[in-house]
Design a protein around this ligand. Structure first.
Ligand SMILES: *[C@@H]1O[C@H](CO)[C@@H](O)[C@H](O)[C@H]1NC(C)=O
Ligand SMILES: *[C@@H]1O[C@H](CO)[C@@H](O)[C@H](O)[C@H]1NC(C)=O
Ligand SMILES: *[C@@H]1O[C@H](CO)[C@@H](O)[C@H](O)[C@H]1NC(C)=O
Ligand SMILES: *[C@@H]1O[C@H](CO)[C@@H](O)[C@H](O)[C@H]1NC(C)=O
Length: 471
């Protein structure tokens, strides 16, 4: 059954190429032949590889106080929202002025994945990004790279390296690419520039090589022929531990697409703990066995204007027993692909449109019987002072999606901390700075200790509470 579908997809590709590019075929027979071979290579590479990876939180184990953690989370979420917002607005892949006020040097990344590229394998450590597609790492000889702790990837050391031509389907899938010349980047190489709206940009050459993924214990997956960018002009806000970005979006170049997995999932351990989080591509369905609640399932929606993002259909929000008076259209995509709600690995705090945030804020102020504390250091975050020994009653927070209810445990939306000997509990949600576009981003703070499954084959997202340190 699966094989049949695969063969079908494969011939459809070729038919499409013939049907839609007749003049191209006449003009450049050789080029088309090579392009067909490249397309075949994608279609026939090991389908449905099962891959398990560990995720590292960038801020984990670095001695930050809880106040610092909250502040860094808030800063990153704001910066990320600004980045994604302008990407969404521009259809992705275009640079707009930096909106990132990165005053305390917090890197953008929330989670890093580590795997290896080439034969023999060279380690890379990349920012996990469900909002973009290209996977890239810094390469020798680096013309303009940011500092990284690991050595730059050296193409000369890999025996399995290939260079897809500029007319290959992988190269054509890039938003901005060109053909290298003999005097420049090498004849017919695929020279790309991939930019993120916060001014992070990578320029380099597309390559194909074997990736080695190592899970916990002795699990290892070796997958040949995956396309990735060898970045040689790279800039942006990166941590010393990062060597680039791993694209887990919905486009053809993303890792899930290239690995041809029917689904992927992650389970994010509590952010204050030291347990590793897990990321699984094409895993067996029985992982849900660890869940305590019922599995909730909601459709994944596609936005042609921002095809990489995983949009959801959010319908409403309840605080305590109050269903907030928010018109459903507030969370929906507009006809021209603006606004909407998507789920993101790289945003920490869920970001709400300003008006919605105000309603949630006011509902908490009305229902929590504690003094509101204006902590200037928290850039206006809603915090309550908690008297010594008190066990405050915090209202429930529920997100209603089409067909699914996200009934958050308290530790997934309140953040407790000490400041000058007093205790506070703060709401871990924030408002986007956007003008008119009411974008909502479901962040990873709200996804702690949940198993979240992206069912790509059926365009659905499922989640269930789980103890992620036990997965
Ligand atoms: C880099 O990662 C290691 C563990 O993987 C950690 O101990 C170290 O603090 C990290 N350094 C930075 C600058 O993030
Ligand atoms: C993390 O926070 C939760 C809720 O605030 C708490 O129950 C748990 O004990 C904390 N874990 C650690 C390791 O601090
Ligand atoms: C995920 O995909 C794999 C095949 O790649 C399949 O065996 C598994 O049942 C799927 N899991 C779920 C939860 O659908
Ligand atoms: C907190 O302080 C800011 C500026 O200092 C002010 O604009 C805001 O209204 C204050 N919020 C509360 C709830 O007191």
């Amino acid at each position: 059954m699966y094989k049949y579908t695969k063969a079908n997809t494969h011939s459809t590709r070729i038919l499409l190429l013939h049907a839609h590019q007749p003049t191209y075929i006449k003009m450049q027979k050789l080029a088309v032949l090579l392009a067909l071979l490249a397309a075949t290579a994608i279609a026939c590479s090991d389908a449905g590889a099962a891959v398990r990876m560990q995720l590292t939180r960038t801020d984990a184990g670095r001695g930050f106080t809880r106040r610092e953690l909250l502040r860094r989370m808030a800063l990153r979420s704001k910066a990320r929202a600004a980045r994604l917002l302008s990407r969404a607005a521009n259809g992705g892949g275009t640079v707009s002025p930096a909106q990132l006020d990165d005053d305390d040097g917090a890197p953008d990344a929330e989670y890093l994945v580590r795997f290896a590229v080439g034969t023999p394998p060279q380690p890379v450590q990349l920012e996990l990004d469900t909002g973009s597609d290209l996977t890239w790492t810094q390469c020798e000889p680096c013309a303009a790279c940011f500092d990284q702790a690991l050595p730059y990837f050296n193409t000369a050391l890999s025996s399995t390296l290939a260079v897809p031509p500029c007319f290959s389907s992988e190269c054509q899938a890039l938003p901005l690419s060109s053909c290298g010349t003999q005097n420049g980047w090498g004849d017919f190489t695929c020279v790309y520039t991939y930019s993120y709206a916060d001014n992070c940009v990578t320029t380099g050459i597309l390559h194909r090589d074997t990736f080695t993924f190592a899970g916990a214990a002795a699990e290892r997956s070796v997958v040949p022929g995956l396309a990735f960018g060898c970045g040689v002009f790279n800039s942006g806000s990166f941590d010393l531990n990062e060597t680039g970005i791993a694209g887990f979006g919905r486009g053809p170049l993303s890792l899930p697409s290239q690995l041809k997995v029917a689904n992927f999932s992650y389970c994010l351990a509590a952010i204050n703990g030291s347990a590793a989080s897990h990321f699984l591509l094409g895993l067996p369905a029985n992982l849900y066995g660890s869940g305590r609640g019922t599995v909730q399932t909601t459709p994944l929606i596609q936005n042609p204007q921002a095809p990489s993002f995983y949009y959801l259909s959010l319908k409403g929000i309840t605080v305590g027993s109050t269903k907030l008076p928010i018109p459903e259209s507030t969370f929906a995509l507009t006809n021209d692909g603006m606004g909407g709600t998507f789920i993101d690995s790289g945003t920490s705090m869920t970001m709400l449109p300003k008006d919605v945030y105000k309603l949630v804020h006011d509902a908490f102020v009305a229902q929590v019987k504690l003094p509101v504390q204006n902590l200037t250091a928290m850039s206006g975050h809603l915090c309550f002072s908690v008297p010594p020994m008190a066990k405050p009653t915090i209202p429930k927070l529920v997100f209603h999606f089409e067909g699914a209810t996200l009934d958050l445990p308290q530790e997934n939306y309140m953040f407790e901390m000490e400041e000058a000997g007093s205790s506070f509990t703060c709401l871990a949600l924030d408002a986007t700075d956007a003008g008119e576009d009411a974008l909502t981003i479901i962040g990873n703070y709200q996804q702690q200790n949940m198993h979240v499954l992206y069912d790509l084959a059926n365009n659905k997202l499922s989640f269930v509470s789980a103890q992620c340190d036990k997965v």
